[in-house]
Unconditional design. Sequence first.
Length: 377
Amino acid sequence: MTLRDFKNAKDRRQYLEKKLNIKLENIKKALLHDEKEITVENLIGETTLPLGVAGPIKIQKSKFKSQNYYIPLATTEGALVASVNRGCKAVNQSGGVKVFLEKIGTTRGPVYETGNLEKGFWFLDWLKKNENLIKKTAEKTSSYLKYLKFDGKVIGPYTFLRFYFDTGKAMGMNMVTFATDEINKLIEEKTGISCLALSGNFCVDKKPSWLNFNLGRGVSLWAEAIIKKKVVEEVLKTTSQKIFDVWLAKNMAGSLVSGSLGFNAHFANIVAAFFSATGQDLAHVVEGSMGITATKLEDNGDLYFSIYLPSVMIGVVGGGTNLAIKKEAIKITKVKTKEELAKVLAAAVLAGELSLLASLAEGSLAKAHKKLGRIKK
């Protein structure tokens, strides 16, 4: 017998226990959802992560209006929630954070074998002339999906396309995959050109890339705050100058010398914890790790602090967000749309980034992890 011969998690788990001579008692206890709600093959249980909450953090809506948001973070890393929490405190005592968002669209990038350059450029021209037909074909696949545009690139015998879609409240990778599949059928019917692969890495999905860094994907986010000199000294226990010096050496020079696509201290820490808590696709953390932290010294000793996240794939419906625990975590933020959820993430990233750079500047990183990152015996 194999795992596929069993119809439920309990039987598969018992099969593994007997075959491997092990006990899976904790995995058994962690199965919290109805099996029918879970889209995982050979299910035997669930794994859990400790869930903490940072904040609230004050996001400025306008000159006279702001709103506080709590930040759910699921992580096994001690000190992370405390660090984000300290960043929130510094931001709040300085008046809050401003967040800006640009909708880019969820992308899918198939590759076609067009044979030569002439046929490839002819193909791109045909696509431009027939874009309305492509739009109608794509939007027939879902009432929630809107076709936005396409980019194309001819490389020798191959033509790469990058279709952009608005996927409503969902992150939408399944939606755009289904839509692109129908577009491919239309293209082959009308031109005779067949799709070599539904994903040709021009998406660029779940990989770090300069294309997503420059053009964005999903949503692009910016956040900024001016941290008061007194707050830097009393809450962050350092100076604006020291934070600036660490930022310049670490995030700029260090990232350049290492060839990193992340000109930041630890975006991925906050993105991963937030994604884990709220049911996002964890493979998209790699895109969320890309981005830039920028800072400058104000004449009065205050610290201007900003972050840029070019490629954030996030949703409030579909996929893991349908799981009851993830729904509850999203409820903690009190948001209704993926754009609002993304803005909370951006504010959290800024808070976490600020706190870590301050910790490095004051020399307390190792001390904090010794205190908070280990189980006391």
